[in-house]
Design a protein around this ligand. Structure first.
Ligand code: NAD
Length: 392
């Protein structure tokens, strides 16, 4: 009987249903949330958000998606060109810190979840211009939490039980690790070192407080470095690929021995879907690739792969190997030495673990950049910023 009941509950949850109890009467209810209730995503024109949306809509049985994005320099509608015609996709050009707009979208679309990807995300930019990081990452998250809280409080019991505010955050909130330290777990104290990580840490604390104080059903994910297609060419991996193909120098900070735990973006999106479906309210989940690599080894792998897939000679370059373009530059201020994620909790509780293998996923990523040089060119010329207007 117990096993049958557990199976029924699992089935209902997997099929967008809700099992809950009325807090006053204690009556247990099972209710199906309307399949057409959309999810609201912030920052869906960015690197990870665009992958999440494409993967989500790739399953025809899934609900529609509203994408609220300010189209900063990092937002690119061309990254979602293949879903623009999907009737389940709605783009809204706007700022997460615009409370009136967020309220209006919540009333109009009545989403069953809000997935918060939008952020200023580049550490170097946070060092030269921290103000925008404080505004978007802290004030923007605060605005979303307040709007979600007021929306949530007016929902029916079933809608309340189904609603989720999922906050996408980073492992950088934990600071830096020594060479022999254990990887970051969900209980590692926060010690952010850059303006970027400090602003993300602040947003994580706000999310936690809105759960503890107001009962908002939140989930937080702290993820390691992502890589994959459609990443803006200011981040390490796409920067190296695009510079190499153009025959430009490959700048590595300092000694290049900074270590990061690389995760393929598709694995990250799969983990977020699991947390959304079955994560425990108020909990945080660390997401990582069990794949620690020194920056200079990552660059060496990119050069080896490029030598095979698009030799320098085939691009009209005089070097024999792309590795000859590697050059050391002055280290970033306050550069964290090592990040590594202990992803046991999400594996144990939700059954997620990364599927991608680093060398082959890197090859796939490089193959994508080779096949999509126009996407990169439009970023370099600024053409990608011309398509801004809302379709919702
Ligand atoms: P990204 O910089 O590629 O994209 C950010 C998106 O947010 C852009 O589309 C931008 O236009 C939008 N945006 C920025 N400010 C906005 C505002 N005020 N209102 C509405 N939209 C706004 O970022 P990403 O790499 O896709 O990262 C997504 C999330 O994942 C971020 O919260 C980031 O902190 C987190 N994260 C990223 C990584 C990574 O390796 N990229 C790792 C761990 C966590």
């Amino acid at each position: 009987m117990r096993a049958a009941l557990a199976q029924l509950v699992e089935h209902v949850i997997r099929n967008d249903g809700v099992v809950g109890s009325n807090p006053i009467s204690g009556t247990i209810f099972i209710e199906m949330v309307p399949m057409n209730a959309p999810i609201l995503i912030t920052g869906g024109a960015g690197f990870i958000g665009s992958h999440f949306i494409r993967d989500w809509l790739g399953d025809a049985s899934r609900c529609s998606v509203v994408n609220l994005d300010a189209l900063t320099y990092a937002g690119n509608r061309e990254s979602l060109a293949d879903v623009e015609c999907d009737a389940r996709y709605h783009f809204v050009h706007g700022d997460i810190a615009d409370r009136a707009l967020v309220d209006q979208l919540l009333v109009k679309y009545q989403p069953r979840a809000l997935l918060h990807f939008a952020a200023e995300s580049h550490v170097d930019r946070s060092i030269t211009g921290p103000a925008e990081f404080m505004r978007t990452n802290i004030e923007g998250t605060f605005t979303l939490l307040e709007a979600a809280r007021h929306y949530f409080e007016k929902r029916s019991d079933a809608d309340k039980a189904a609603f989720r505010f999922l906050h996408v955050s980073t492992d950088e909130v934990y600071g830096t690790l020594g060479p022999d330290d254990a990887p970051f777990s969900e209980t590692t104290p926060y010690q952010p070192n850059s303006p970027y990580s400090a602003s993300k840490a602040a947003s994580d604390h706000l999310v936690r407080a809105w759960h503890h104080t107001y009962g908002l059903p939140v989930l937080t994910t702290n993820c390691s470095n992502n890589y994959g297609p459609y990443q803006f060419p200011e981040k390490l991996i796409p920067r190296m690929i695009t510079n190499a193909l153009a025959g430009k120098k490959l700048p590595i900070y300092g000694d290049g021995l900074q270590r990061r735990d690389w995760l393929y973006v598709g694995d990250h999106c799969a983990a977020i879907r699991e947390v959304l479906a079955r994560g425990k309210l108020g909990e945080t989940y660390n997401i990582g690739g069990w794949n620690e690599q020194a920056n200079r080894d990552v660059v060496a792998l990119i050069c080896d792969t490029l030598d095979r897939l698009a030799s320098p000679a085939s691009r009209g370059l005089s070097v024999k190997s792309y590795a000859e373009l590697i050059t050391s530059v002055e280290d970033r201020l306050g550069h964290d030495r090592r990040y590594a994620i202990d992803a046991h909790k999400i594996e144990r509780e939700l059954g997620w673990k990364p599927a991608a293998q680093f060398a082959s996923a890197m090859e796939k990523t490089i193959g994508w950049y080779l096949a999509n040089e126009t996407w990169v060119k439009h970023i370099e010329t600024g053409e990608y910023r011309e398509k801004k207007h809302a379709s919702a």
